[in-house]
Design a binder for this molecule. Sequence first.
Ligand SMILES: Nc1ncnc2c1ncn2[C@@H]1O[C@H](COP(=O)(O)OP(=O)(O)OP(=O)(O)O)[C@@H](O)[C@H]1O
Length: 260
Amino acid sequence: MSTSPLTPSEPLIRAEGLSVRFGSRQVLDRVDVAVQPGKVVTLIGPNGAGKTTLVRALLGLVKPSSGSVRRRPGLRIGYMPQRLAVDPTLPLTVRRFLALWRPVTAGRMTAALEQAGVARLADQPVQSISGGEMQRVLLARALLAEPDLLVLDEPDQAVDVHGQAELYARIDAVRRASGCGVLLVSHDLHTVMARTDHVVCLNGHVCCSGHPEDVSRHPEYHSLFGGHAAELAVYLHHHDHAHADDGSLVRTTEGGCCHG
Ligand SMILES: Nc1ncnc2c1ncn2[C@@H]1O[C@H](COP(=O)(O)OP(=O)(O)OP(=O)(O)O)[C@@H](O)[C@H]1O
């Protein structure tokens, strides 16, 4: 198994045979995943499946017990964690909160706040903003890195349905403008299926992975997500097309396979 850095013709980041143990408990078992520039890869799986652990191992925050994580040299990663505790006693505006981690120019700060749709909150105390607004502030924080790879751990939690659509539109706009790759953890199967290039269905190991439509037909996906999976299979059945760059319809083929 190679441990050398990835070249420009390879993905931005790649995990191969990645296993993680916490004490005697094996949380990840020989997981393979890779993110290409400009593509969205989504990790789905039940609670405790190891999604956050996989993200943290990719970021170098958790040490694998075996396997490798390789990156392009100099890869800039913007990470939006599931949550970030803010000390309620610290008098911090959103702007100052965002500057806690790295020196930021005023122009970069403004751009990140605008890209995340929170420019109007810049001078509000960070403790006073809502949960959904905080998610977008955390997106702005990830964007300050000017990332080649945006890693978003459940960005849609605490966000209402309207807010979710807007949040995903913003993430999509960033991806299109910068060409960054996106690695997403989500429990929102509808969003995953509609907005993802590649899905990895995780439950300690990779149950199945591939194009969302292919994964939605996979028996392991159905056994993990039960009734929700069936609803989506019906929904997806009518979506046997894609859109070309000019907006025209392109029929896509039925079938395909999943890779475990
Ligand atoms: N630092 C740690 N030490 C011990 N066990 C841990 C640690 N981090 C995670 N775990 C355990 O590993 C398992 C996987 O956790 P993880 O947070 O990766 O799951 P997840 O798929 O992200 O779950 P969720 O959907 O609930 O966020 C859980 O059982 C968790 O308790």
